[in-house]
Design a protein around this ligand. Structure first.
Ligand SMILES: [Ca+2]
Ligand SMILES: [Ca+2]
Length: 439
């Protein structure tokens, strides 16, 4: 121990000496030394980052929980790693299963877990600055705003639940609505991120805010640092990850205040990457709104090439993903418009055969045969899978009855559907699979 300390002191002293000499040399030399140091530092930083990809116990837990299969054997053998960053693993709102979504901490956790691409959902404030939030009006659920003086600025203040005094049942649920457009950027940045949840039976603000499901946690919610879109770009550059911003539909009427159009908003998001000097190959802009995608394709081709059309048409009662030929626009029509990447929820890509094996859906086959690439969502967003997996597994419910089954579904998405990547609330689980399979 003493020897090590002594050695460290000697090295430190000789470094000090070297620096003194270097500082005394010509201005040009010292400039060159400085840039060499910077190059070395950034080399070390990226080397260190790839060395510190850590997946934690969860992937091992999931593999162990799998029913016996060849896939289980294969995934078990990959337990020693090495683990590295992969674009197949996309951080959904960061690592939002256990970190407050769209915070610095959540994004850093996603990068640590090997996500090669990380998401900022984009909306705007009162002063038209872009910020990372899943919805323009979710601040009452995703931040501490109701516990701060800024609560007075909310579109709708907190209203407690009305509880029947006899039965104890909720007659009218608690409510509040706080929007990014209620605040300036400076006010927005003063808030702290929390886990996304509200308690509809609450009679106090504290009860309303305290609603995190048991399989998530508030353990990392004390310091959630909110991010502007520009902050996210700077952080993602530093972390060495690609970026997938989603232009969220505004909750306010567009054009906002009469003169801020949807197109200006879509362009502003792209301009932030241009100003930061980010190569378009690093950016996958997303939207559920097809006109946004077409705007990028037609007006900013370099960024439009990797635009991701989020297919949310399942909300339309006339839409049936099982009959892809009947969809409007169809897969060939989307492709002809210049759309290269389509992004439905994972259940739309999966189906069961007569023996309850998970197989690609006709929608998935149609997308691939029209030359569309596919990114899907969302892994690790469903809690425990013992009861069929819920919304994200709705087309394969009968094949899902334990947590390890999610790797069987992921394997079909990766190998048989041929997805490019998948959003996950806990990127480690996807990184483990992708590293094992060489993706
Ligand atoms: Ca999103
Ligand atoms: Ca099972």
């Amino acid at each position: 121990m003493f020897k090590q300390t002594l050695m460290a002191t000697i090295i430190a002293l000789s470094l000090t000496h070297f620096n003194t000499v270097s500082a005394a040399s010509s201005h040009e030399d010292s400039q060159r030394d400085h840039s060499m140091e910077e190059a070395n530092e950034s080399h070390h930083a990226s080397k260190n980052l790839s060395k510190t990809i850590q997946l934690g116990p969860r992937p091992y837990f999931l593999v162990n929980d799998m029913d016996p299969s060849e896939l289980k054997k294969e995934l078990t053998k990959c337990g020693k790693g090495p683990f590295k960053k992969t674009d197949f693993s996309i951080g959904h709102r960061g690592a939002s299963m256990q970190f407050p979504e769209h915070t610095k901490e959540s994004y850093e956790a996603a990068a640590r877990m090997g996500a090669g691409i990380i998401e900022c959902d984009v909306t705007f404030t009162k002063d038209r600055e872009l910020v990372c939030r899943h919805s323009q009006c979710d601040l009452h659920a995703t931040t501490n705003i109701l516990a701060t003086p800024l609560a007075a600025k909310c579109t709708s203040p907190f209203v407690p639940a009305v509880i029947d005094p006899v039965t104890g049942k909720t007659i009218t649920p608690a409510s509040a609505q706080c929007c990014a457009t209620d605040l300036t950027l400076e006010e927005f940045k003063s808030l702290k991120g929390k886990m996304d949840a509200v308690n509809p039976n609450a009679t106090t603000v504290a009860e309303y805010m305290n609603a995190t499901p048991s399989w998530r946690t508030d353990l990392y919610a004390a310091t959630g640092t909110l991010m502007t879109h520009k902050d996210s770009i700077a952080l993602f550059k530093k972390l060495g990850v690609k970026m997938t911003p989603e232009l969220k539909s505004p909750s306010v009427v567009m054009p906002y205040e009469g003169d801020y159009t949807q197109q200006q908003y879509a362009q502003q998001m792209i301009n932030d990457y241009k100003e930061a000097g980010v190569n378009p190959s690093q950016v996958f802009p997303q939207s559920f709104n097809l006109p946004d995608i077409l705007y990028w394709i037609n007006n900013d081709q370099e960024f439009g090439r990797q635009a991701v059309f989020l297919d949310g048409r399942y909300d339309d009662p006339s839409f049936d993903h099982r009959y892809p030929a009947t969809l409007t626009p169809s897969m060939p029509e989307l492709s002809a418009m210049g759309v290269n990447i389509i992004s439905p929820p994972m259940w739309m890509l999966l189906d069961l055969d007569v023996e309850n094996n998970i197989v690609p859906s006709d929608y998935a086959i149609a997308a691939k045969s029209s030359g569309l690439d596919i990114i899907t969502w969302t892994f690790e967003r469903s809690g425990l899978l013992k009861n069929g997996g819920g919304w994200y597994y709705q087309t394969i419910t009968n094949a899902i009855n334990n947590d390890g089954d999610k790797y069987e579904a992921l394997d079909v998405l990766a190998q048989d559907v041929g997805i490019m990547g998948i959003f996950s609330d806990w990127p480690a689980s996807v990184t483990y699979y992708a590293n094992c399979k060489g993706l």
